[in-house]
Ligand binder design. Sequence first.
Ligand SMILES: [Zn+2]
Length: 155
Amino acid sequence: MKSYVFTHGEEHFSPEGAVSLTTSAHDHNLEVERQEIAHLQTAPDRVFLYVTESTIVKSCCRLAVKHGTGEAGCPICRTRLADMQKGPAITTWLGTHIATHVELGPVYKIPAFGGWPSSRQSVRCRINGVQYHGTYYKSSGNYCRLQKSKRQPTK
Ligand SMILES: [Zn+2]
Protein backbone atom coordinates (compact mmCIF):
# COMPACT_ATOMS: atom_id res chain seq x y z
CA MET A 1 0.00 0.00 0.00
CA LYS A 2 1.21 3.51 -0.80
CA SER A 3 1.93 6.02 1.97
CA TYR A 4 0.31 9.32 2.73
CA VAL A 5 2.42 12.31 1.77
CA PHE A 6 2.77 15.79 3.14
CA THR A 7 4.06 18.80 1.29
CA HIS A 8 6.83 21.08 2.45
CA GLY A 9 7.59 23.94 0.10
CA GLU A 10 7.62 22.46 -3.40
CA GLU A 11 8.48 18.93 -2.28
CA HIS A 12 6.36 15.98 -1.21
CA PHE A 13 7.44 13.61 1.55
CA SER A 14 6.25 10.20 2.66
CA PRO A 15 7.52 8.51 5.85
CA GLU A 16 10.18 6.90 3.64
CA GLY A 17 11.50 10.22 2.33
CA ALA A 18 11.03 12.57 -0.60
CA VAL A 19 8.70 11.34 -3.34
CA SER A 20 7.60 12.66 -6.71
CA LEU A 21 3.91 12.54 -7.55
CA THR A 22 1.96 12.50 -10.80
CA THR A 23 -1.09 14.02 -9.06
CA SER A 24 -1.56 16.66 -6.35
CA ALA A 25 -0.71 15.61 -2.80
CA HIS A 26 -4.40 15.99 -1.92
CA ASP A 27 -5.54 13.62 -4.71
CA HIS A 28 -2.74 11.21 -3.84
CA ASN A 29 -3.82 11.12 -0.18
CA LEU A 30 -7.49 10.63 -1.07
CA GLU A 31 -6.49 7.65 -3.21
CA VAL A 32 -4.35 6.21 -0.38
CA GLU A 33 -7.28 6.62 1.99
CA ARG A 34 -9.66 4.95 -0.47
CA GLN A 35 -7.30 1.95 -0.61
CA GLU A 36 -6.90 1.95 3.18
CA ILE A 37 -10.68 1.93 3.75
CA ALA A 38 -11.05 -0.88 1.17
CA HIS A 39 -8.30 -2.80 2.99
CA LEU A 40 -10.07 -2.31 6.36
CA GLN A 41 -13.16 -3.93 4.85
CA THR A 42 -11.17 -7.18 4.54
CA ALA A 43 -10.86 -7.21 8.39
CA PRO A 44 -7.02 -7.32 8.48
CA ASP A 45 -5.38 -8.78 11.62
CA ARG A 46 -3.34 -5.66 12.35
CA VAL A 47 -4.05 -2.02 11.62
CA PHE A 48 -2.34 1.30 12.23
CA LEU A 49 -4.75 4.19 12.76
CA TYR A 50 -5.18 7.52 14.50
CA VAL A 51 -7.04 8.59 17.63
CA THR A 52 -9.00 11.78 18.23
CA GLU A 53 -9.61 11.86 21.95
CA SER A 54 -12.73 13.98 21.94
CA THR A 55 -14.11 16.90 20.07
CA ILE A 56 -16.35 19.75 21.17
CA VAL A 57 -19.02 19.90 18.50
CA LYS A 58 -20.55 23.39 18.63
CA SER A 59 -18.62 26.62 18.20
CA CYS A 60 -20.57 28.35 21.00
CA CYS A 61 -19.49 25.57 23.37
CA ARG A 62 -15.86 25.82 22.22
CA LEU A 63 -15.94 29.50 23.13
CA ALA A 64 -17.56 28.72 26.45
CA VAL A 65 -14.87 26.17 27.30
CA LYS A 66 -12.14 28.60 26.26
CA HIS A 67 -13.49 31.33 28.53
CA GLY A 68 -14.42 28.97 31.35
CA THR A 69 -18.03 27.84 31.40
CA GLY A 70 -18.23 26.65 34.99
CA GLU A 71 -20.94 24.27 36.07
CA ALA A 72 -23.66 26.25 34.29
CA GLY A 73 -22.43 25.04 30.91
CA CYS A 74 -22.66 26.93 27.64
CA PRO A 75 -24.37 30.35 28.00
CA ILE A 76 -25.66 30.14 24.38
CA CYS A 77 -27.05 26.63 23.95
CA ARG A 78 -27.18 25.59 27.63
CA THR A 79 -25.33 22.34 26.98
CA ARG A 80 -23.77 21.09 30.18
CA LEU A 81 -19.98 20.81 30.28
CA ALA A 82 -20.08 17.00 30.53
CA ASP A 83 -22.26 16.75 27.41
CA MET A 84 -20.30 19.09 25.15
CA GLN A 85 -17.73 16.61 23.99
CA LYS A 86 -18.19 13.83 21.53
CA GLY A 87 -16.39 10.68 22.59
CA PRO A 88 -13.08 9.47 21.19
CA ALA A 89 -12.83 8.52 17.52
CA ILE A 90 -10.56 6.27 15.47
CA THR A 91 -9.69 7.80 12.12
CA THR A 92 -7.49 7.54 9.07
CA TRP A 93 -4.58 9.91 8.76
CA LEU A 94 -6.91 12.31 6.94
CA GLY A 95 -9.31 12.30 9.90
CA THR A 96 -12.14 10.22 8.44
CA HIS A 97 -13.95 8.36 11.24
CA ILE A 98 -13.81 4.63 10.56
CA ALA A 99 -14.76 2.91 13.83
CA THR A 100 -17.67 2.60 16.24
CA HIS A 101 -17.85 1.58 19.93
CA VAL A 102 -14.57 3.41 20.63
CA GLU A 103 -13.39 3.03 24.23
CA LEU A 104 -10.15 4.32 25.73
CA GLY A 105 -8.81 2.73 28.90
CA PRO A 106 -7.12 4.63 31.73
CA VAL A 107 -3.81 6.33 30.96
CA TYR A 108 -0.71 4.44 32.05
CA LYS A 109 2.93 5.43 31.92
CA ILE A 110 5.87 3.51 30.55
CA PRO A 111 9.09 4.54 32.29
CA ALA A 112 11.68 6.02 29.96
CA PHE A 113 15.42 5.74 30.33
CA GLY A 114 16.93 9.16 29.80
CA GLY A 115 13.75 10.85 28.60
CA TRP A 116 10.16 11.59 29.47
CA PRO A 117 8.00 8.61 30.39
CA SER A 118 5.57 7.78 27.61
CA SER A 119 1.86 7.62 28.27
CA ARG A 120 -0.37 5.09 26.61
CA GLN A 121 -3.96 4.00 26.71
CA SER A 122 -5.63 0.79 25.73
CA VAL A 123 -8.14 1.13 22.88
CA ARG A 124 -11.12 -0.95 21.92
CA CYS A 125 -13.28 -0.30 18.89
CA ARG A 126 -15.19 -1.93 16.08
CA ILE A 127 -14.29 -1.41 12.42
CA ASN A 128 -17.03 -2.54 10.04
CA GLY A 129 -18.47 -4.44 13.00
CA VAL A 130 -15.21 -6.33 13.69
CA GLN A 131 -13.81 -5.96 17.21
CA TYR A 132 -10.25 -4.62 17.54
CA HIS A 133 -8.10 -3.82 20.54
CA GLY A 134 -4.66 -2.33 21.01
CA THR A 135 -2.62 0.57 22.24
CA TYR A 136 -2.89 4.30 21.74
CA TYR A 137 0.57 5.89 21.86
CA LYS A 138 -0.70 9.07 23.43
CA SER A 139 2.57 10.87 24.07
CA SER A 140 4.32 9.77 20.87
CA GLY A 141 1.73 11.11 18.48
CA ASN A 142 -1.93 10.48 17.92
CA TYR A 143 -1.57 6.99 16.48
CA CYS A 144 -2.65 3.56 17.64
CA ARG A 145 -1.76 0.00 16.75
CA LEU A 146 -4.69 -2.38 16.85
CA GLN A 147 -5.20 -6.07 16.33
CA LYS A 148 -8.30 -8.04 15.56
CA SER A 149 -9.70 -9.48 18.79
CA LYS A 150 -10.07 -13.24 19.19
CA ARG A 151 -13.37 -12.69 20.92
CA GLN A 152 -15.82 -11.07 18.51
CA PRO A 153 -19.12 -9.43 19.46
CA THR A 154 -22.10 -11.74 19.03
CA LYS A 155 -24.41 -10.42 16.36
ZN1 LIG B 1 -23.01 25.85 23.12
